[in-house]
Each structure stands twice: as structure tokens, then as C-alpha cells.
Design a protein. Structure first.
Length: 243
């Protein structure tokens, strides 16, 4: 992979922080406002799905698992679409699959925000958010050469713990490796903190505003899309990972 690929504006810390901030908001939005279903955390949905099936006292109660099935299926479809955007012939037609995926997410959330609350179909909204979350998760995976997850926090938390231990406890290598490890610890701490902040804001906003709370992640993702545009080279130079 060329250095130009690694230096694209969408692979900077500000974009990653905004994406995962919005992901925390959306997870809280669907969990609080749509019956405890997660928009991004498919592990949680799978656990709830199996628990609903296990607790069903008769086959006709299996419908209780349906709210958790639809986002999982939508997520899988979204991953497939995101990979299709990176393959020929679409790859030749689309200069940046990541920007297209994020634009689709922004447009979808804008449509959801415009729907009156009383006519917004719950299952369709949750499935749609899961679909665009999969587009984001598959399209945004790196800050420079560092791999991260842009919709959940478990992997980022592990990377933070590893880099923190390497930088501040074991202190292996000379000044240059330790500087790199400290930088990585800062990056992953920023991502974890952004998700927690987003989940907190999303939960409070959804409890108070209900359906209109979707405007908050929409604004954040729109800002992330603006930072992804090619002209944003100053941000890239400021936050790109040292190599």
C-alpha cells in the first residue's frame, strides 16, 4: 500500500474521533429509544437474541427475538455492500469508498431526522442505522497505519491498554519507540473517551428529546465528512501518524 493511501484525510485522528463519537450516540439512541437494540454493537444484539430465544416459553413467543435479528442481518448486508464498493468495477467509478459510505450514512440519518416521530417505523430505522453503521465500520479502519474500530470500543480499549503498558510500564526500546507508543496510547484513549462521551450524550438526548435526538449524530457525521474531503491536508499533516 502506498504512502498516499495511508495519508488520505479520512485516516486522521479527528475524523476517527468524530466517527466513534457519533457511533456512541447512535448506540445509545437505538438502545434507549428503540427497545434496547444496539445500532453498532452486534455482540450485544446477538446476546439479547439468544437470551430472548432461550427465555421463550413456547415457539410462538419467538417473535420477541425479531427486533434483534433485523439489525444483525442489515449489518451483514452493509458489510457486503461496503466491500463491493472496494472491488472492480465500482472501485474504478468511486474514487473513495469511505467518503461515499459516510455520505450515504449522513443522507440516511437526515431522512430519519425529517420523519415525524409517530410515523417512523422502528424496525426500519434500526435496521437502516445498522446498515450504515456497517458501511462505516468496514470503510473506516485506520488512523495512518494504526487499525481501529470506528463503531465500537472493545478493540480500541484493548489497543489502548497494550500501548499504555508498552509506553509507561515496560518502557521497552529507546526514546523513538517509546514516543510512538505514547502517541498510540493517546490516540486510542481519545477514541475510547469519544465513544463514552457520545453514548452519554446520546442517552441523555434520547431520553429528553426522543426522535429528534438523531440530529446530534447527524451533525457530528456531517463534520466528519467535511474533514474527509481532499482539501483538508492541514488536518492530515497535523495528526497523521509518525512513520
Amino acid at each position: 500500500m502506498s504512502a498516499a493511501d495511508e495519508d488520505r484525510p479520512e485516516r486522521t485522528l479527528p475524523v476517527a474521533a468524530l466517527l466513534i463519537l457519533a457511533a456512541g450516540m447512535l448506540d445509545a439512541y437505538t438502545y434507549v429509544g428503540y427497545g434496547g437494540v444496539f445500532a453498532n454493537a452486534m455482540t450485544g444484539n446477538i446476546v439479547k437474541l439468544t437470551a430472548a430465544l432461550a427465555q421463550a416459553s413456547s415457539p410462538d413467543q419467538g417473535w420477541r427475538a425479531l427486533p434483534f435479528v433485523t439489525p444483525i442481518l442489515a449489518y451483514l448486508i452493509g458489510v457486503g455492500v461496503a466491500h463491493a464498493l472496494k472491488e472492480p468495477p465500482l472501485r474504478r467509478l468511486i474514487p473513495s469508498a469511505a467518503r461515499v459510505s459516510l455520505a450515504v450514512e449522513v443522507v440516511f440519518l437526515f431522512c430519519v431526522a425529517l420523519l415525524p416521530e409517530h410515523i417512523a417505523p422502528d424496525m426500519a430505522v434500526v435496521a437502516g442505522i445498522a446498515f450504515v453503521a456497517a458501511l462505516q465500520a468496514t470503510s473506516f479502519t485506520r488512523i495512518g497505519h494504526l487499525f481501529y474500530t470506528s463503531v465500537t470500543t472493545s478493540g480500541n480499549l484493548r489497543h489502548f491498554a497494550e500501548s499504555f503498558m508498552a509506553a509507561f510500564v515496560f518502557r521497552r526500546g529507546g526514546p523513538a519507540p517509546q514516543k510512538k507508543q505514547r502517541r498510540e496510547a493517546l490516540f486510542f484513549f481519545t477514541l475510547c473517551a469519544s465513544f463514552v462521551l457520545g453514548a452519554l450524550i446520546g442517552a441523555v438526548a434520547t431520553a429528553r428529546l426522543h426522535h429528534p435526538a438523531v440530529w446530534l449524530p447527524l451533525i457530528v457525521l456531517t463534520a466528519a465528512l467535511a474533514l474527509c474531503l481532499p482539501w483538508n491536508e492541514s488536518i492530515r499533516r497535523l495528526f497523521a501518524e509518525d512513520r
